[in-house]
Design a protein. Structure first.
Length: 477
């Protein structure tokens, strides 16, 4: 099916030197989220204790789970005199006490400003502690003053691929050797519920998904047999990456993962299929058609039924959503997905905002995209008469000041339970989203025709024979 052509929006860059009511989640958090999708992983953020504690709070509030995270805990002396020893000491302590399968080592704004060379620090660790050679260590530069959640997620995933996925020429992997295995690069905008649905779709086509990474297995909120674990429980095993080159294909979901996708293709030679998102009828159709082509299997009747259900939902919802005015703030991939879905239903995104610029913004279905914060969004949404706001939980007060309802989407969601489990993608996820959006708009009571009561009719003060009569004030109104 040919894709709908999107006219690229005008990108309006930042015009102030500070952030008021920030929308952005840092690239350090994005890298940490990617590492948390690996089995028996323990991310160690290279920075001060506050750098890690601040991000850890968001993860705990969003997922409602204890987060396995550590820090090099730099103080003033190490920050000024050099932090390599802190990295070596921290890695050795984690290896000795926790014995993880993989340690993620993202940097923070503090160490990036300092000019820390984490590659050199990891090399020092390897030289001093060869006994921990079997434990993978993946350093990645993620200054929290540059980029966003999506860019940090991509950087961490690319770093894992370059360090842990062997080159096909070196180990003899061959594309298609595992005829039912498919690599899936899952973007930061996908929730636990989204990933579970994607895995279910692949399994319905008798395909085996190799998720990179898989937070649906590690951060899905299940009760484990053990009371506490200092490392992640569930996620993609490091050993699985050794066989990524044997897959029949790679599915890339999210335009922000272009760097990681290019790295995987270069190392394995596995052909890939790239999707900006999986929200809406057209995007899901393309994804399902790709699965049918890869698997050489017919589309299951259950999926065909779900498509018909979505079509009916689109018919029902368009009466409410047509000409509705939305304000949307999110990272690029999610912003493009939501605005395209809204536009397909005849609604308009009158205010679109992203925390950082990137290629994904060229797919946003809006006249312009502002690079900025929630204060910018509030000003634009108020001026353009937005009726509904879609963003993460940071937008609660913005919606209150604007006097419009809020649909929570993206990271973090900390004021309600279960946001991380919600499914947005596929036929069923799109259907549920359309129903919720339509119900929100219906709750605005736009264009309702109220009962007419003639001012010429005499309304008695006492109750009528039917047991009810309006007051004079009501009749006058």
């Amino acid at each position: 099916m040919p894709e709908t052509t999107i006219t690229p929006p005008t990108i309006v860059k930042r015009n102030k030197a500070l952030a008021v009511s920030p929308l952005k989640a840092s690239s350090t958090l994005g890298a940490t989220l990617a590492f948390l999708g690996m089995n028996r992983c323990l991310p160690m953020l290279h920075g001060s204790q506050g750098c890690t504690a601040f991000g850890k709070i968001f993860f705990i509030q969003h997922f409602r789970e204890p987060m396995p995270m550590q820090t090099t805990a730099l103080d003033q002396v190490r920050t000024i005199m050099g932090s390599d020893d802190a990295v070596v000491e921290g890695l050795a302590t984690i290896c000795r006490k926790q014995a993880p399968a993989i340690i993620g080592l993202p940097t923070t704004g503090l160490t990036e400003t300092q000019g820390a060379d984490i590659e050199r620090a990891v090399a020092m660790f390897r030289a001093q502690h060869p006994e921990y050679e079997h434990i993978a260590v993946v350093p990645v530069n993620t200054p929290d003053y540059a980029g966003s959640l999506e860019s940090g997620f991509n950087a961490a995933l690319k770093a894992m691929i370059e360090r842990l996925v062997p080159k096909a020429s070196a180990v003899g992997t061959k594309s298609g050797r595992r005829k039912r295995q498919v690599n899936v690069l899952a973007g930061a905008h996908l929730t636990v519920g989204d990933l579970e649905h994607i895995k279910d779709l692949l399994e319905r086509f008798r395909l085996r998904p190799l998720m990179l990474p898989d937070i649906s297995d590690s951060l899905d909120g299940h009760l484990a047999d053990t009371d506490y674990s200092a490392v992640t429980i569930g996620g993609t095993p490091v050993e699985e990456l050794q066989h990524a080159g044997d897959s029949i294909a790679t599915l890339v979901i999210g335009g922000s993962l272009a760097g990681a996708a290019d790295a995987l293709a270069a190392r394995t030679g596995v052909p890939d299929h790239r999707f900006a998102h999986l929200m809406g009828l057209e995007a899901t159709d393309r994804f399902i058609a790709t699965l049918a082509e890869i698997s050489a299997e017919p589309v299951p009747e259950r999926i065909t039924r779900q498509r018909s259900q979505l079509q009916d939902a689109m018919l029902d919802a368009h009466f409410a959503l047509g000409q509705a005015r939305f304000a949307v703030a999110a990272d690029g991939d999610l912003l493009a997905a939501i605005t395209q879905l809204i536009a397909g239903m005849g609604a308009e995104t009158v205010a679109a905002l992203a925390p950082t610029n990137g290629p994904a913004l060229q797919q946003v279905a809006a006249a312009s995209v502002k690079i900025g914060d929630l204060e910018d969004l509030e000003q634009i949404a108020g001026a353009e008469g937005a009726e509904v706001l879609i963003t993460n939980s940071h937008g609660v007060h913005t919606a209150e000041r604007l006097g419009i309802p809020l649909l929570r989407a993206g990271f973090p969601q900390f004021d309600l339970l279960g946001g991380y489990t919600r499914q947005w993608v596929g036929y069923t996820g799109t259907r549920a989203t359309l129903f919720e959006l339509a119900n929100i708009v219906l709750g605005l009571h736009k264009g309702e025709i109220h009962a007419y009561r003639s001012t010429l009719k005499q309304w008695p003060d006492s109750e009528s024979a039917s047991g009810w009569a309006p007051t004079r004030d009501a009749a006058a109104a």
